[in-house]
Ligand binder design. Sequence first.
Ligand code: NAP
Length: 289
Amino acid sequence: MSDNISGQPLPAAQPVPAGQGAFVGQVAIVTGSESGIGRETARALCAAGAAVVLNGRNAERLEHTRQGFVRAGFAVVSCVADVTDYASCERLVAAAIQAFGRLDVLITNASISQRAYFADMQPEVFQRVFDSNVYGSVYPLKAALPHLTRTRGSVTFISSISALNGMPSGSAYCAGKAALANLAHTLRLELDHTGVHFGIVHVGFTQNDPDKRVLDAAGQPVLIAHRPARWQKTQAEVAAIILRHIRRRRRRTVISALGRLIVVMHTFFPRLGDWIVLTTTRRLRHFYE
Ligand SMILES: NC(=O)c1ccc[n+]([C@@H]2O[C@H](COP(=O)([O-])OP(=O)(O)OC[C@H]3O[C@@H](n4cnc5c(N)ncnc54)[C@H](OP(=O)(O)O)[C@@H]3O)[C@@H](O)[C@H]2O)c1
């Protein structure tokens, strides 16, 4: 069962897959799932029995990912949509409902990252990065909420450990990712009566697709900072943690020992934490860029 929904008539509702797995009978949208962690999270959901709507902005790359999933026998459709555009998000959610008839899981994973210092950054670049991380979660959720309420479903915002304390060269990205933590908390309080799960996953350093680019101060795509492989989790490891977070309906998951160390430092030893960041920024500048 598969279809490419980009600009084409939507298929009639299909039965969601039967069989075994923690997500059998459930339908998920994973934004930004044409590549990277989103793609591997979508793959893990499919392997656990879910029907999944893949999403991205690049039609060619999205189709390539979709075809790989179809070859694996997974229940997927794809929808080209920019998640910073509300009308596109309505289309994305409609794709899930028309293809599979329901929606249980929303993972807002799409994001633009940066490699730029605030003083150098063009204001519109700050806005692009910030919007992709904030409105890129708000708009899909606004469009999906009535359907998620019906199924008492689950929402997971993908954030970063760099949002836990802030990181030089990541101002708009960290600010956007940090906003998601408060958004999740507020919605948990405001929408408690709905039974919908609102959670956030702070992802740590993870292996990247070779073609992953982030924005520089002028908005040009550039390679991300090099980090030693031993510091990084694989995308499949991160995907497995995200699925566990959803299954257990956890409020917050912080991935990696470094992430948990940042939480401790930020909470109990904030000045020492900042001293470490400032010292390492001077000595290991390339690590932050
Ligand atoms: N990799 C890490 O080390 C790491 C660490 C901490 C947190 N994270 C978080 O994990 C998530 C996935 O990261 P990743 O490393 O897998 O990055 P990635 O490979 O760049 O994947 C992000 C995907 O989102 C898409 N996207 C961006 N803006 C979009 C928009 N407005 N509408 C639709 N799709 C959009 C990107 O497409 P385009 O190519 O078109 O932009 C890309 O396909 C992100 O939220 C990221 O912040 C990653």
